[in-house]
Design a binder for this molecule. Structure first.
Ligand code: NI
Length: 253
């Protein structure tokens, strides 16, 4: 059994077959699933899904792409959702994305800080999306030493991963781990303690080989587990057990 620690089941890519897919996942090996929010609307949808399915948990937060919506009123909505639904286990996904700069960096940084502050207030872990913003990402999380969580779809160096692990963070790996040119992710997956690794699909994105480019879904998480088993020279069943335990410890389930 596996824990998909980051799956966007509220995404419109699943509008045609969401129910069918979600009811089939437990019998296809998915024991637990975390659905992070990307905006206020998506956080509400994630919260609803967690109330409809036993194995689904949710996080609330605004992605860097939606950073311009974050203000006190939105934070208050997140606070309310957390109070009403005990299956909301994290704030996320939040962070910085300097790859596309549709939202100016200053606005992304402000939203990231405000939501880290909310996580500190509510004593919840965070799900961080950080792309091409390693330096600012590290700087901002350092301002909140009490807050930890996961760097999802990790794209940083092995040195930065080591530093994050020392500070109590988890590292999330997607299908990128299975790509032929995944030298950096492979190096990180081999060098950090196994107890800090979580697996995720980030579906509908990031399909693993041999499905690269197609719509991803949680049933494909087994490909990431197989790859990690090879990289760490362990039986895949051990990887299943360890990463499920890690995900539960990360989200306090
Ligand atoms: Ni995501």
């Amino acid at each position: 059994m596996l824990f998909d620690t980051h799956a966007h089941m509220d995404d419109r890519a699943f509008d045609d077959d969401r129910e069918e897919l979600l009811s089939s996942l437990p019998e296809r090996g998915i024991a637990l699933l975390m659905n992070p929010g990307c905006s206020l609307a998506s956080s509400r949808a994630a919260s609803r899904l967690s109330q409809e399915y036993d194995y689904i948990y949710a996080a609330v937060g605004s992605h860097p792409d939606a950073a311009d919506e974050v203000d006190e009123a939105v934070l208050e909505e997140y606070r309310k959702l957390c109070k009403l639904n005990p299956k909301i286990k994290a704030i996320g996904e939040i962070g910085l994305d300097y790859h596309y700069e549709d939202i100016p960096r200053g606005i992304q940084q402000r939203a990231f800080r405000m939501q880290l502050e909310l996580a500190r207030e509510l004593d919840l872990p965070v799900i961080v999306h950080e792309r091409e913003a390693h330096e600012d990402g590290l700087k901002i999380i350092s301002e909140f030493p009490e807050v930890t969580g996961v760097f999802h779809c990790y794209s940083g160096s092995a040195e930065m991963a080591k530093l994050l692990v020392e500070r109590g963070w988890y590292i999330g790996f997607t299908g990128v781990l299975t790509f032929k040119n995944a030298r950096k992710a492979v190096e990180v997956a081999q060098s950090i303690p196994l107890e800090r690794i979580v697996l995720e699909t980030d579906c509908p994105y990031m399909s693993p080989e041999p499905f690269r480019g197609k719509r991803n879904d949680p049933s494909r998480l087994c490909y990431m587990a197989e790859k990690l088993a090879q990289l760490r020279s362990l039986p895949v069943e051990r990887i299943h057990e360890i990463t499920v335990e890690n995900g539960k410890r990360l989200y306090r389930i």
